[in-house]
Design a protein around this ligand. Structure first.
Ligand SMILES: [Zn+2]
Ligand SMILES: [Zn+2]
Length: 334
């Protein structure tokens, strides 16, 4: 029957656009599963990749790292999954397992790590392969499209939330997109007070945040009614760092959750004084993924998704770029 092919949206590096192509289906290597992709969510990191803001992507590349699909073929030595299992594939695709970071529970910082949809082909396609050790089972309660945003927006938000500290009561979220809409539900469930900051004039996002249980919503330039214990910045906007620092109480953290951000302007030292902390969060460990997916199913976190066909990936990315989405954009392959 020859070499089976598939439809994929491919980035060739020459312009910030994807092209619909017919390419060979990837074959599972040792330890890998091949999955028939059902849904793949669209992440801001995909924009950073096609805008060439991240160095050295695989080229040509199939982007996408929030993949939900059904295992179809098994590579040699696969033991965790069987044909027919529904699984999720996140950004972290492979680590060395031997370096100092891998050995001390920081595999997300492994210098040899490979990433789905960036240095490995991802899920903007009908089929994908993934190392079984970095995949997650998906709870039966979630539909394919509803589960997809959990795999990055959910996971990164959760890691950032952990980094904000366990004693945080009043948490600010800057940029109310896919990650914030998931994290708000989880944090509210855990008794936290959420303060949502949106682009100036973006009343829709503010109302969306309030509907999900935020106690306050406003422009990113506005001051909340009380100082915050911590803030997480999801928008890729460096200007927000001093703005968030201005709003947090002594000892609080500002966590930058994105993989790329515009330059942070200089700011007076007094904004950092009194043991305030500015830190970044780099993608995920498998432990974050397991912990998050368990608690998400408990809450249960409901994702708001806007569905696009695979061939409409450029439109989905454009909506994300222009802030025209409520919740997460998801490509479906049906
Ligand atoms: Zn390593
Ligand atoms: Zn992502």
């Amino acid at each position: 029957m020859g070499n089976p092919s598939m439809r994929a949206m491919v980035f060739d590096g020459s312009e910030p656009l994807l092209h619909l192509r017919q390419i060979p289906r990837p074959r599972p290597g040792p330890g890998q599963v091949q999955l028939r992709v059902s849904a793949c969510a669209v992440c801001r990191t995909d924009l950073h990749v096609i805008d060439r803001e991240l160095p050295d992507p695989k080229l040509p590349l199939v982007p996408g790292h929030e993949i939900v699909g059904v295992v179809e073929r098994l590579g040699d030595g696969v033991t965790r999954f069987r044909s027919g299992d529904r699984i999720g594939v996140p950004w972290l695709g492979w680590t060395c397992g031997q370096c100092r970071y891998c050995r001390r529970g920081q595999e997300n910082l492994c210098p040899a790590a490979r990433f789905n949809g960036y240095t490995l082909d991802g899920g903007y396609a009908e089929y994908a392969v993934a190392d079984e050790r970095y995949c997650f089972p998906i709870a039966a309660d979630y539909g394919d499209a509803a589960a997809a945003p959990l795999l990055c927006a959910g996971l990164i938000g959760y890691r950032a939330y952990r980094m904000a500290g366990p004693d945080v009561q009043r948490l600010g979220l800057y940029g109310f997109g896919a990650a914030a809409h998931i994290l708000t539900q989880l944090a509210v469930y855990q008794g936290k007070k959420i303060f949502a900051f949106a682009r100036p004039g973006d009343i829709e996002s503010q109302q969306f945040a309030l509907r999900l249980g935020a106690v306050w919503a406003g422009d990113c330039d506005a001051a909340p009614p009380q100082p915050l214990d911590a803030a997480i910045i999801f928008a890729p906007v460096g200007d927000l760092v001093p703005k968030a620092l201005t709003q947090i109480a002594p000892g609080g953290s500002v966590v930058c959750a994105g993989i790329h951000m515009s330059d942070i302007p200089s700011f007076p030292y007094r904004l950092l004084w009194e043991e305030r902390i500015v830190r970044s969060v780099a993608n995920l460990t498998r432990e974050d993924g397991e912990a998050f997916l368990a608690v998400a199913a408990q809450v249960p976190v409901c994702t708001e998704v806007q569905i696009f066909a695979l061939a409409q990936a450029n439109e989905a990315l454009d909506c994300l770029r222009k802030g025209r989405l409520q919740g997460a954009a998801v490509l479906t392959m049906a």
